[in-house]
Design a binder for this molecule. Structure first.
Ligand code: ADP
Length: 579
C-alpha cells in the first residue's frame, strides 16, 4: 500500500525538480548575461565621458597632466582607466605609471576596439595580479582615431555581486521547493488514503470478513467508489449467508438420508459422504480418502471403477461385509464427479432366500408323491370302467401339470441361486440342432408344422453351458409349437462381431403388444385357460430369460397378434460369468 503513496509523492517531487532545475539554470544565465551587458554599457558610457574630459589635454599633448587627470577620475570610480595610443603605447593610467607599462597593442580588447569599435576581454592582469574585465572603446581626437580608452574592473566585484544575486534566487527557489514538497506530501496522502482504505477492505473481504465497511468522504469519484464497494459487500454478505444456510440445509438433508451417499471425483477421491455411508464403511474421516481405502472389498471396488469409467449411470448389486446393497451411480458436472447411493437390501435378500428355499423344499417334497400318484394312475388307467375313464384322464392331466410346475419351479430356483455355476464348454451347433429336431419330431408331426433350421457351419469358438442352452431352445421351440396352429417354425444362427445371434420365429397366434413387456415374468401368461389347456406352467420364458442372463446375453421379442412371434437371442462367444 505504501507503494502507491511513494509513487505519487515521488512523482510530484520529480516534477518539482524537473521544473526548478531549468528555472535556476536560465535565471542564472540571464542574470549573469544581463549584468555583464549592463556593466559593459556603463563602462562604455564612462569611457565616452572620460573621452570628452581628456580631449583638450590630448590636443595639447600634455601627457603629464593627462595622467594626473586620469588618476583623479579613476579615484572617483571603481574602474581603472587606461589611455592607449594607436600604437599600443600606454599614455595614462589611473592605477600605474604609464612609462613602466608594456606596449598594449596586442591586448585582445585593444585589437577588437580598433577593429570593430568595441573590445571586451576577461583575463588575468599581471600588473595588479587579479582577474579583470576589460572594456575598450576607440578614442578620437578631432574625429581622427587617436587610440583606445580602456576601462577595467575587478572580476571579483562582478562575481561577488552575481553570487549574492544567485544565492538570493536559490533561497527563494528552495523555499518554494520545500512548500511544493509539503503540498505534494499532503496531496499524495489525500489521494492515496481512500485507495489504501479500499485496498485494505478488499483484502479483508478476500479473507472472508464481510462485516467490513469503508468510510471514504472525499466528495468525488473515490467516495462513490467506496459507496459502491459497501453496497457490493452487503450484497455479497447476504448471498454468502444464503449460500451457507442452503449448504447447511443440504448437509442436514444428506445426513438424514437412510441410504449411504458418497460423492467421488474421477480420481476416486471422496468429496462428500453422509453418516449412513460412514456406518457402512466403519470409517469416520472419509473426505480426501480414496474410495478403495474405505471400501475394502475387491469385487465392490471393481464395480465402482467400472461405474466411474462408464459413460452412463449404472445400478449394480454390491456385497459389503455380508450386507447386500443396490448401488446406483450418477454422473454429475460433466462426468467429473460421481454420486453413489448405497441402498441396503440385505433384508429383502434374506426374504428372497427364504422364499426360494421354501419353493425348492416344497417342490422337492411334492415331486415324489406326485410321481407316485402318476404311477398309480397309469397302473389303474386300463382297468377303470369306461364311464369313469374321463375322470381318470382329468386327474392324469392335472397331475402332469403339477409335475411340470414343480419341475419348472425347481429349475427357476436353481437358476436364481447366486451360487449357480455355468458348465462352459465348446458348443457343437450341429449336434445341438439335431437333438432338438429329434426331440420335437413327434410333436411337429402331430400338429403338421414344419421346422426349418438355418445356420452357418463356420461358427467356431462358441462357448456356453450346453445343457442350459438346450433347455433354453426346448422352452422356446416348445412354446412356438404350442402357440402355432398352422405354418412353420424357423430357427437361425448367425455370427456377429462379438456375439452369436439366434432367432426363433413362428407363424402362430402371436403375443399382444400390451403383454410383451411382462412375458418373461414368472407365471405370466397371456391367456390362462389356453396355457393350462396346453399344459403350460407360465415359467418357460422366465427360465429362458435366466439362462440368457447367466450367459450375459440379451433377448428381444417382436410379435404381432395372429401373425407370429420372433424371439432374438444374442449370446457372447464366450461367457465368463460364474464360468
Ligand atoms: P407357458 O408355460 O404358459 O407357455 P411361458 O413362460 O413359456 O409359459 O410363456 C408365457 C406366455 O407367453 C404363454 O402363456 C403364452 O401366452 C406366451 N407365449 C410364449 N411363447 C409364445 C409364442 N411363441 N407364441 C405366442 N405366445 C407365446
Amino acid at each position: 500500500m505504501k507503494r502507491i503513496f511513494t509513487k505519487i509523492f515521488f512523482g510530484y517531487l520529480l516534477i518539482i525538480i524537473v521544473l526548478i532545475l531549468p528555472i535556476l539554470y536560465f535565471s542564472f544565465n540571464t542574470i549573469s548575461e544581463n549584468y555583464q551587458r549592463n556593466l559593459i554599457q556603463s563602462q562604455i558610457n564612462i569611457s565616452h565621458t572620460i573621452d570628452i574630459d581628456i580631449q583638450p589635454l590630448l590636443l595639447s599633448r600634455d601627457l603629464v597632466k593627462l595622467d594626473s587627470v586620469v588618476k583623479d577620475l579613476g579615484g572617483n570610480i571603481n574602474s581603472r582607466i587606461t589611455i592607449i595610443d594607436i600604437n599600443g603605447k600606454v599614455i595614462a593610467d589611473s592605477k600605474a605609471n604609464p612609462t613602466s607599462m608594456d606596449n598594449h597593442a596586442d591586448r585582445p580588447e585593444v585589437v577588437k576596439a580598433l577593429q570593430s569599435g568595441l573590445g571586451t576581454s576577461v583575463r588575468h592582469s599581471y600588473t595588479i595580479n587579479q582577474d579583470m574585465m576589460y572594456v575598450a572603446t576607440p578614442l578620437k581626437v578631432n574625429n581622427a582615431l587617436f587610440g583606445v580608452t580602456r576601462l577595467s574592473i575587478l572580476m571579483e566585484d562582478y562575481t561577488s555581486l552575481i553570487n549574492s544575486l544567485e544565492y538570493k534566487i536559490l533561497q527563494i527557489v528552495l523555499i518554494v521547493a520545500v512548500i511544493s514538497c509539503l503540498l505534494a506530501l499532503f496531496l499524495s496522502r489525500t489521494l492515496t488514503k481512500p485507495i489504501i482504505i479500499l485496498a485494505k477492505a478488499s483484502k479483508d473481504v478476500a479473507n472472508g470478513n464481510f462485516t467490513i465497511r469503508t468510510n471514504v468522504k472525499t466528495n468525488d469519484e473515490l467516495e462513490s467508489l467506496g459507496d459502491s464497494f459497501n453496497n457490493m459487500i452487503e450484497r455479497l454478505e447476504s448471498l454468502f449467508n444464503q449460500t451457507n444456510s442452503q449448504k447447511d440445509e443440504l448437509n442436514k438433508i444428506i445426513s438424514s438420508i437412510q441410504e449411504g451417499l458418497v460423492v467421488i471425483d474421477n480420481n476416486g477421491l471422496i468429496i462428500l459422504s453422509n453418516d449412513s455411508f460412514k456406518l457402512i464403511t466403519g470409517y469416520e474421516a472419509l473426505i480426501g480418502k480414496h474410495y478403495w481405502e474405505v471400501i475394502r472389498d475387491n469385487q465392490a471396488n471393481k464395480t465402482i471403477k467400472k461405474m466411474i469409467e462408464s459413460e452412463i449411470n449404472i445400478t449394480a448389486e454390491i456385497e459389503l461385509k455380508n450386507d447386500f446393497f443396490i448401488c446406483s451411480a450418477n454422473h454429475i458436472n460433466d462426468k467429473s464427479e460421481l454420486v453413489l447411493i448405497f441402498n441396503n437390501i440385505s433384508e429383502l435378500k434374506k426374504l428372497e432366500y427364504i422364499k426360494r428355499d421354501f419353493v425348492v423344499n416344497v417342490s422337492h417334497e411334492l415331486r415324489t408323491p406326485l410321481t407316485v400318484i402318476k404311477g398309480y394312475i397309469e397302473t389303474i388307467e386300463d382297468d377303470i370302467e369306461e364311464k369313469n375313464k374321463k375322470y381318470i384322464s382329468i386327474i392324469k392331466n392335472h397331475t402332469n401339470r403339477l409335475i411340470n410346475i414343480v419341475q419348472d419351479l425347481l429349475t427357476v430356483s436353481q437358476l436364481e441361486d447366486i451360487n449357480v455355476k455355468l458348465d462352459i464348454s465348446d458348443i457343437d451347433l450341429n449336434s445341438l440342432f439335431e437333438n432338438l429336431n429329434n426331440t420335437f419330431e413327434q410333436k411337429l408331426k402331430t400338429k403338421n408344422i414344419t421346422l426349418s433350421i438355418d445356420y452357418n457351419n463356420n461358427i467356431h469358438g462358441f462357448m456356453a453351458d450346453a445343457f442350459k442352452l438346450e433347455q433354453m431352445f426346448i422352452n422356446l421351440i416348445d412354446n412356438a409349437i404350442k402357440y402355432t396352429e398352422k405354418g412353420s417354425i424357423q430357427i437361425s444362427a448367425s455370427p456377429e462381431s462379438d456375439h452369436i445371434k439366434f432367432v426363433i420365429s413362428d407363424t402362430g397366434i402371436g403375443i399382444p403388444i400390451k403383454d410383451q413387456d411382462r412375458i418373461f415374468e414368472r407365471f405370466y401368461t397371456v391367456d390362462k385357460s389356453r396355457s393350462r389347456q396346453l399344459a403350460g406352467t407360465g415359467l418357460g420364458l422366465s427360465i429362458v430369460k435366466h439362462i440368457v442372463n447367466l450367459h450375459r446375453g440379451k433377448i428381444f421379442l417382436e410379435s404381432e397378434s395372429d401373425k407370429g412371434s420372433r424371439f432374438t437371442v444374442l449370446l457372447p462367444y464366450s461367457s465368463t460369468l460364474n464360468g
